[in-house]
Design a protein around this ligand. Structure first.
Ligand code: DC
Length: 226
């Protein structure tokens, strides 16, 4: 049986990380973990409960009340996130959450909370996790690290289409502004900013379709295993 490894996929917002991560996990029979969903679910809890995320004591107390877990949807087979036993997978994709998530994810206590859980999830390997700091902070010794990128116009278009399907009132300029803002905050924060791990392999999918990018990703998996 092939050796089980940890695969990390980091990169800019909406550059297709989760698509590749899900495809790879399915292909290899691995678990897929969407670390961004964890930060989004925490953000939902903070907004609902009016938590002041600039107050570290308040943040720590709130985190004590948060339990996150993933479950596979029996119909779609996709992994979905639960916040204190409520399925919030769809709620957390809203722009209201996207608007605040980068600020909340930049706080040190929130990161400590999420990273500890992510590391536990990878303790048996056979995992594909996507996010911003997975190859640099969560699993610095991962066997395969991919850093994904695509040009901003392509990313805006993809995210707009995805959001439009759920909400036809979504405005393209709002989507673009949100992506640019998150890219800036995610890559400039003090604690584990988004950056390419030195040993990560860059995958630019601006001009690739899903099939082509999966082929490249699978070839990358094969390389370290031979
Ligand atoms: O991948 P996503 O767009 O769902 O992530 C939402 C936000 O969560 C992103 O803007 C920054 C934050 N995030 C993070 O700080 N670290 C991660 N490992 C994953 C996401």
């Amino acid at each position: 049986m092939a050796k089980k490894i940890i695969i990390t996929i980091d990169g800019w917002s909406s550059c297709g990380k989760s698509t590749v991560a899900k495809q790879l996990a399915k292909e290899l029979g691995y678990t897929y973990i969407d670390s961004g969903a964890m930060y989004r679910a925490i953000t939902l809890y903070f907004l609902r409960n009016h938590i002041d995320w600039t107050d570290d004591m308040e943040v720590k107390n709130a985190l004590n009340e948060i339990h996150l877990h993933f479950e596979s949807n029996l119909k779609s087979g996709e992994s979905e996130i639960f916040l204190n036993d409520e399925n919030v997978e769809y709620l957390i994709r809203d722009l209201i959450i996207a608007d605040k998530v980068s600020d909340i994810a930049a706080t040190a206590s929130v990161r400590t909370f999420a990273v500890a859980q992510q590391q536990k999830m990878g303790s048996n390997k056979a995992i594909v996790m996507d996010g911003r700091d997975i190859g640099t902070t969560v699993f610095p010794d991962a066997e395969l690290k991919i850093f994904m990128t695509a040009d901003i116009a392509t990313r805006v278009e993809r995210r707009y289409k995805e959001m439009f399907e759920k909400n036809p009132n979504v405005v393209l300029e709002d989507v673009q502004h949100n992506l640019e803002m998150r890219d800036y905050i995610d890559s400039h924060r003090e604690v584990s900013p988004l950056k390419k791990a030195e040993d990560a392999i860059v995958l630019d999918n601006t001009n690739l379709d899903m099939e082509q990018q999966l082929k490249i990703a699978i070839n990358l998996v094969k390389q370290p295993l031979v």
